[in-house]
Design a protein around this ligand. Structure first.
Ligand code: G6P
Length: 367
């Protein structure tokens, strides 16, 4: 069936704008808001026995997995190993009893991820999948199916599937923590409350679309762009850089903010815009000090933060984008919006084929 773009110029933009609704739709299957409880599809294996999680995915789905690693370790205190699917099988991974292998895929058909799933199954792992296409091969081969309800995603560059994956993964991490007796009722209520705030916060982030379009004009002529973030917002920096490369063909790199001084700082001059993703929270001051190292070398910073963060650190920036102030748990969902829109507007300004960028496929079914 044909899916219409509605009033939007591209599927990608339509899908970015759908995020408040599809994240809310997805959360309905994973949290009971009023009761303040996580409510997951039942697993027919013993979650309490899980002593290690191995996350495997490709592309944007891999970055969702990187964010989830922080959550599994923080909430459930279970060690997490993560790899891109094309590397996983060939490095002789150590997969022991009690291991849960978690695969994340929009399509549920990516060849490398599927091969990794079968490899993990052979090695005796329990298989959980987060997929958007419920009829996909990965969905069929899972012990535990955790669907995202993003609806069909047409744009080659993944957007709404990513934020829905994050919503599911946060709930799953909390659920594992509860199963292992590591989450109090109070903490569970708090997580459910923060997750339930995500749809409204995504909406508020979308309201900055015009401001983001204006900032995009500062990037259009750049040859290279650097994205920096810390903690769970470090994968967001990687995702921001990926989005920009995919659709605008501008070379972009994502880096852990603190690692910048070990290499990319050598690239800094006034021709390389540096996008700093720094919501206020426990890591804010550290990220800002890395940002100031950039500025001290003449680097031009685009700071994405909230009102407090922009107040505190926005002064010498080329541009600032003010997001709604949210709990750090949902910052990776909310800050996905400005990095997606930034890439989108740069691509539109450059006149690329936004929905079908050259050389890329929506679903990569060859290894
Ligand atoms: C391709 C798409 C990306 C996607 C990746 C993984 O590269 O262009 O948008 O993130 O595949 O796809 P999957 O369906 O497994 O999430």
């Amino acid at each position: 069936a044909m899916i219409s773009k509605g009033n939007h110029r591209h599927y990608m933009l339509k899908e970015i704008y759908e995020q408040p609704i599809v994240v809310a739709q997805t959360l309905r299957s994973y949290v009971r808001r009023l009761e303040g409880e996580i409510a997951m599809p039942a697993a027919d294996f013993d979650l309490t026995a899980v002593n290690r999680v191995t996350i495997v995915a490709c592309g944007t789905s891999f970055y969702a997995g990187m964010v989830a690693k922080y959550w599994f370790e923080q909430f459930a205190r279970v060690p997490v190993d993560i790899d891109v699917a094309s590397e996983f099988r060939y490095r002789e991974p150590v997969l022991e009893p009690g291991g849960l292998a978690l695969f994340i895929s929009q399509s549920g058909e990516t060849a490398d991820t599927l091969a990794a799933l079968r490899h993990a199954r052979q090695a005796g792992q329990t298989i959980a999948v987060v997929v958007n296409v419920p009829t996909s091969t990965m969905a069929r081969e899972a012990d535990l199916l955790l669907p995202t309800h993003a609806g069909p995603e047409i744009g080659v560059a993944s957007t709404k599937a990513f934020t829905c994956q994050l919503a599911v993964l946060a709930a799953f991490a909390a659920n594992l923590a509860r199963a292992k007796g590591r989450l109090s009722d109070e903490e569970e209520r708090r997580i459910v409350r923060h997750l339930s705030e995500a749809p409204a916060a995504l909406n508020a982030a979308l309201a900055y679309d015009e401001a983001i379009e204006a900032v995009a004009a500062q990037i259009v002529n750049a040859r290279d762009v650097l994205y920096l973030g810390r903690g769970p917002d470090y994968p967001l920096a990687l995702e921001g850089a990926l989005k920009l490369k995919e659709i605008s063909y501008i070379h972009a790199e994502g880096y852990a903010a603190g690692e910048m001084k070990h290499g990319p700082i050598a690239l800094i001059d006034e021709s390389v815009p540096v996008v700093v993703i720094a919501p206020s929270g426990p890591l804010f001051d550290k990220t800002v000090s890395n940002m100031q190292e950039v500025q001290a070398r003449g680097g031009r910073v685009i700071l994405i933060s909230d009102y407090d963060g922009v107040e505190q650190a926005g002064e010498n920036c080329l541009a600032t984008l003010t997001m709604p102030k949210v709990h750090p748990l949902i910052a990776p969902l909310v800050y996905a919006v400005p990095v997606q829109l930034l890439a989108y507007h740069v691509a539109v300004a450059k006149g690329t084929d936004v929905d079908q960028p050259r050389n890329l496929a929506k679903s990569v079914t060859v290894e």
